[in-house]
Design a protein around this ligand. Sequence first.
Ligand code: PGA
Length: 270
Amino acid sequence: MHVLSKAGTICRLFAVGAFVRDSLIAGNWKMNGTRSSAAALARGLAAAVSGSVRCDVVICPPLVFLQEVAECLAGSDVALGAQNVDHRTEGAVTGEVTAGMVKEFGCSYVLVGHSERRSLFHESDEVVAEKALAVLASEMTPIVCVGETLAQRQAGVTSRVIGDQVRAVMAAMTPVAFAGCIIAYEPIWAIGTGETATPEMAQAVHSDIRCMIAEQDAETAQGIRILYGGSVKADNASGLLAQSDIDGALVGGASLKQDEFVAICEAAGV
Ligand code: PGA
């Protein structure tokens, strides 16, 4: 088993344990669609997923479509999420929204620290941690995204980069609060490129992340959900989701196609 962390012994115990974590499939629509296409997709997913899929499902539309999408999802098994919030609670921050604001629209999840936010908007590990705290304070679940660049992978520093990103969030909050987070491992070189980590590559990093968490809190490490993201599609989802430390997927491009997204949800529910 691939273990880079000094908590290797604990991790080997997990591998033979029978701890069950519910799968979560999250759709990240990014900056796509129109008001009417968002409503049509949400309506279609609500009908297709409800009652038939045995995993948790959330979709994260652009903020301006939250109201519309919330109405389409009402009474369905599909939860609503936001792609980003500011870490402050109010004030002179032109163009941003608070966690409390998206909560009012019915969001129960918020993506935090997506690599596009980290690179395009210069979000540091510390800001990402503050955003996770703000989301928790509004009684929603942060999906904290971490991942390495291609250059970092090739330089052999993946474990250190991911470790810094995860530990920054852990350091900012109590163990109980951290247990309320979800981690999404998204190798940056796999996002929107059609390049996916093999199930074995992804499993190795997921296992590593669980080990890092176990160094501080073994119980949280067992219970926390770690999603994989980066060019997840219907035809590669089963292999990824079959890995013992992969508890779901964060899906970008494929979440914009109803049949493709439903097929990924079905792969998680088996
Ligand atoms: P992708 O995006 O599935 O299009 O690679 C994933 C993400 O950025 O969350």
